[in-house]
Ligand binder design. Structure first.
Ligand SMILES: N[C@@H](CCC(=O)N[C@@H](CS)C(=O)NCC(=O)O)C(=O)O
Length: 227
């Protein structure tokens, strides 16, 4: 299998966590932002990564969207399962997965790129890095008002995660599900932001644990020793 990705994308991290959880061998191809459209549009009709190319007989040529990749992997490689045996719990896991995908993953993107252009500029002040950051800010219309709203949305997610991850371990049911992997990937960009690191240490411990279970290297800002 081949995963088409941006190396820094948290949605691509989400797909890698699922591949790792299921111990599936795969290669990655890092696409260049901007030029990625030329490759993806004819393949999927969309412009976003991740895209999985199963490269297997009788399987689709390309699967676009991290949620569709979860569904394909579960069918292709059912064990270990990312679906919960209780149907009602699985519906709840999908609802959380979708909320993280559509709302919280974009909120962390807004907060992350705002940080990288301001207080976190020192992480990579190079012209090329700051240019990419400005292009992304323009593409997603990231301004102060939008960042403020994103931070408010994120607060709700953090309260929910504190209750479920911190106190119960799993977001739904009694084992890892699509909801846990999605949250671990889509909140990972916050690991570079001191305010979140200081206020939510349990969050990053759980994100690190899930990465370790999935055999995926830790996101930038987290190290194996937790520093
Ligand atoms: N809902 C999509 C979102 C993926 C997404 O937003 N990917 C971004 C990178 S983080 C992307 O490819 N952006 C480039 C573009 O929109 O052209 C998924 O879960 O796969």
């Amino acid at each position: 299998m081949l995963l088409l990705q941006f190396s820094t994308s948290h949605y691509c991290r989400k797909a890698r966590l699922a591949l790792g959880y299921k111990k599936i061998n795969y290669d990655v191809q890092n696409l260049t932002p901007g030029l990625h459209i030329l490759k993806l549009k004819p393949l999927t009709g969309l412009t976003t990564v991740p895209v999985l190319l199963p490269q297997l007989p009788d399987q689709p040529q390309a699967i676009s969207d991290s949620t569709q990749i979860f569904k394909f992997l579960e069918k292709y490689h059912p064990e270990p399962s990312l679906f919960l045996p209780n149907e009602q719990q699985q519906i709840e896991a999908w609802m959380l997965e979708d909320w993280f995908d559509e709302s919280i993953g974009t909120a962390t993107r807004f907060i992350y790129y705002d940080f990288r252009a301001g207080a976190g500029k020192h992480i990579d002040p190079s012209f090329s890095s700051q240019l990419v950051i400005q292009v992304v800010r323009h593409q997603y219309k990231i301004n102060q008002a939008a960042v403020h709203l994103a931070a408010e949305r994120l607060e709700i997610a953090l309260k929910m995660l504190e209750y479920r991850w911190h106190k119960q371990l799993y977001l739904v049911g009694d084992r890892l599900s699509v909801a846990d992997l999605t949250a671990a990937a889509l909140l990972s960009p916050l690991a570079l932001i001191p305010k979140y690191r200081q206020n939510y240490p349990w969050l990053f411990e759980r994100i690190a644990e899930i990465h370790q279970i999935c055999g995926e290297p830790l996101p930038p800002g987290l190290t194996e020793t937790g520093e």
